[in-house]
Design a protein around this ligand. Structure first.
Ligand code: PLP
Length: 221
């Protein structure tokens, strides 16, 4: 996929998002686009940044380490499953960790952030779908938010969730995500991907995470 296509897709998505936000009685100003760069080359990511991307998301520590050194300044989000033995790398590489879903991850990230004197933004990942393997149960999110508030170096900025693969289940799942977000508070509800961002914006998402909509289909792994 060439650079023009990435820029064109990003601009088209922004236009679609602005129109859809208006149709939902919202403004695009309240909705961030997180460009999901997993499996994308450094040059493809640089093209997206040149076209206006200001926030990127990666799922794998190894991949992030290989690519981040060569990127212009951009806000970096971790959206993959957390392994506690990678906490130090996560804290060093990322500005925000969106996939915090259990107490031992909170403890490990807090310890690693405190060790280097960094304040780390986190989102709590809530499981709203039987097709998602990760995320805390909706009933657990309040206690985890408390644990983050009691931590030394983590700041809870909201929550993240992954929608169900069954389109018919999306509206109820997103309503559940919005209800959890209303309980814990924060500025970021990271909800919606290439296939379901419209429903997410209708449900109140403040950050949509787009990979294939910007870069085209990924190779299955
Ligand atoms: C891969 C991924 C995305 C982007 O998915 P697309 O369908 O390509 O937009 C968003 N969020 C998470 C957590 C992901 O792993």
């Amino acid at each position: 996929m060439n650079a023009t296509t990435i820029a064109t897709r990003l601009h088209r998505v922004r236009d679609d998002l602005a129109a859809h936000a208006r149709a939902c009685g919202r403004s695009i100003d309240g909705i961030d686009v997180l460009v999901v760069t997993k499996q994308q080359s450094t040059s493809a990511i640089i093209e997206a940044i040149a076209a206006g991307a200001t926030q990127i998301g990666e799922n794998y520590v190894q991949e992030a380490r290989a690519k981040f050194a060569d990127l212009p300044p951009v806000r970096r989000h971790y959206i993959g499953h957390i392994q506690t033995n990678k906490a130090k790398a996560l804290v060093e590489l990322f500005d925000c960790v969106q996939s915090v879903d259990r107490l031992d991850a909170i403890t490990a990230l807090d310890r690693a952030a405190t060790a280097i004197g960094k304040r780390l933004s986190i989102l709590l990942q809530v499981n709203i779908s039987p097709s998602d393997r990760f995320g805390c149960a909706p009933a657990e999110v309040d206690a985890l938010a408390e644990a983050v508030r009691a931590s030394a170096s983590l700041q809870c900025d909201g929550m993240m969730a992954i929608g169900p693969t069954d389109p018919a289940a999306v509206p109820d799942a997103f309503a559940l995500a919005a209800a959890c977000f209303a309980r814990i508070g924060g500025r970021t509800l990271s909800l919606g991907m290439s296939g379901d961002w419209r429903e997410a914006v209708a449900a109140g998402s403040t950050m949509i995470r787009l990979g294939t909509a910007i870069f085209g289909p990924r190779i299955a792994r």
